[in-house]
Ligand binder design. Structure first.
Ligand SMILES: [Zn+2]
Length: 285
């Protein structure tokens, strides 16, 4: 078991090669980018080095492509990626909310890559997992990683980055969260906090409880709208099943991966396009 920070290896530690990473216990596999073990339920670490054409590194936020389906000689994508091994383990980091260690390598095409060797850059949460069609036309698994701590990255932000305006930005962020909460509240109240899938209402001492589930996620690269037509009122169980792609909703509102149908109020204005997006990128047959 080697989750989280490894003693003696603070953020910013440099390693000359993969062997040194392995000996330090920071990333135990010499080849694979995703460090996972068959007897554990999520991944421990990832090395960003080779990179896929669809990857993006924004420092605190990383769009990462899973492994598999590539020709070992040419490196070209020649088959679909499977939801097995490291890809499956990394998806579990999202559902279990376990962060992974992120290591950047010198071959990564990113302003945050170290000039030589490898560098441990801290813990990241897996915020989103979905599937897409890559540039070569095959299915790829994609992951959005968000930095867990807000200490500065060991490298400065690339030139041309937006200057930091802490006061203005935090006020704006708070306003956005408040607006988002109000939108979510409207949907929950429309359903009286009743899950649209199973009809359950949770009664807590502090009042009724339900969760607002965005159908098309707000984060990059989905950029779903934070509006009532893109939000479902779900119990926590069905929220997890929906976000992980275990269940989806057909065009006629029949539940996919479950039984029954989604209950939709006439005043909801639910957007069928967003349900289609969820079916295409999250639901797994
Ligand atoms: Zn439910």
């Amino acid at each position: 078991m080697a989750f989280g920070e490894i003693a003696g290896n603070p953020v910013g530690t440099n390693y000359p090669d993969r062997n040194a990473l392995r000996e330090a216990g920071v990333h135990w596999l010499n080849q694979a980018g995703i460090g996972w073990r068959a007897d554990e339920d999520s991944a421990e670490s990832i090395v960003l080095n080779e990179g896929y054409e669809d990857d993006r590194d924004l420092g605190d936020e990383i769009l990462y492509t899973g492994h598999g389906g590539r020709d070992p000689n040419s490196g070209r994508q020649i088959a679909d990626q499977q939801f097995t091994a490291g890809n499956k383990a990394l998806a579990a980091n999202k559902t279990l909310a376990v962060p992974v260690r992120v290591i950047r390598g010198y071959r990564l095409k990113s302003p945050f890559a170290p000039p030589t060797g490898y560098r441990y850059d801290g813990l990241y949460y897996v915020d989103d997992v979905w599937h897409d069609t890559g540039q070569a036309g095959y299915l790829i698994w994609r992951f959005r990683l968000l930095r867990a701590d807000d200490a500065a990255l060991p490298v400065p932000a690339p030139t041309g980055a937006i200057p930091d305006l802490p006061t203005a930005r935090s006020a704006e962020t708070v306003q956005r969260i408040v607006r988002s909460t109000v939108t979510a509240l409207k949907v929950k109240q429309l359903y009286n906090y009743r899950c649209q899938v199973c009809g359950l209402v949770l009664v807590t001492p502090a009042g009724l409880y339900a969760e607002a589930a965005h159908i098309r996620p707000l984060g990059r690269p989905h950029d779903g709208p934070d509006v009532e037509s893109n939000i479902l009122c779900l119990c926590p169980n069905h929220h997890v099943l929906f976000d992980s792609g275990a269940i989806g909703v057909a065009a006629n509102l029949t539940l996919l991966g479950g039984t029954g149908r989604l209950h939709v109020d006439d005043n909801h204005g639910l957007d069928a396009m967003q349900l289609a997006y969820h079916r295409e990128h999250y639901w797994r047959d």
